[in-house]
Design a protein around this ligand. Structure first.
Ligand code: IYR
Length: 224
């Protein structure tokens, strides 16, 4: 094998099978409590909480370790308003023209519509961008590999970290999201991936009465 620079795996920790079970049981029930929320409180969240969660997200595996993601954290009231106006414009077109009857029927149980007040009410919006190409420190442009998979993995860690911190989120996908490049001054090589809405839930918030699939419905084991 060709030589490549390496270091010892100092961060690894092994647990007994019992510890594995109890750590996973705690993690699983904590993660399973997560619900997507659409009604937020205006209550502020300290910025260091968001930063810590983003540090966790930045640990995600990525194609060729090129870390093809960029997160824009928005708390500025004026920018939140501009994002709301642009998103509602796209959503109006979506709900009134572009969405198929089948899509609208699938959304019915969620009760979503063109109004997106949470974009102004929640203390933080996090715009996630996927970089199809990157720029090296010397200015050379490089191709990124598996940018969607990598950015999805980082976003999953971010959502889990913020949930574990006791915050709620909405994974919002105004479509199309090109307006985010313009408003947030991001280059064309970055594609908007998702808009996360983050904060505390509104008092007495309610969520759709929906169920999650059982393990056997989404897992197949081959072997013991
Ligand atoms: N982007 C629209 C519609 C929408 C689409 C899906 I798929 C959802 O899971 C929820 C909403 C909106 O945000 O309202």
């Amino acid at each position: 094998m060709k030589h490549h620079p390496s270091v010892p795996l100092t961060g690894y920790r092994e647990f007994s099978i019992e510890e594995m079970r109890s750590r996973l049981s705690e993690f699983q029930s904590d993660v399973q409590r997560r619900r997507t929320v659409r009604d937020f409180s205006e209550r502020a969240v300290p910025r260091d909480i968001i930063e810590s969660a983003l540090r966790a997200a930045g640990s995600a595996p990525s194609g060729a370790n090129l870390q093809p993601w960029h997160f824009v954290v928005i708390s500025d009231a004026d920018m939140k308003k501009r994002i709301r106006v642009a998103a509602e414009e796209e959503e109006k077109d979506f709900y009134e023209h572009r969405a198929s009857a089948e899509w609208l029927a699938a959304l019915e149980p969620l009760g979503t519509d063109t109004r997106k007040p949470f974009l102004e009410i929640a203390p933080y919006l996090i715009a996630v961008f996927m970089q199809k190409t990157g720029v090296l420190p010397d200015g050379r442009k490089v191709k990124h590999y598996y940018p969607a998979e990598s950015t999805g993995l980082a976003t999953g860690i971010l959502i889990t970290a913020l949930h574990r911190a006791g915050l709620v989120l909405l994974t919002h996908t105004p479509s199309p999201m090109g307006f985010l490049n313009e408003l947030l001054d991001r280059p064309k090589r970055e594609k908007p991936f998702l808009l996360l809405v983050v904060g505390y839930p509104a008092t007495d918030v309610r969520v759709p009465d929906i169920r999650r699939k059982m393990l056997h419905e989404y897992v197949t084991f081959v072997g013991d």
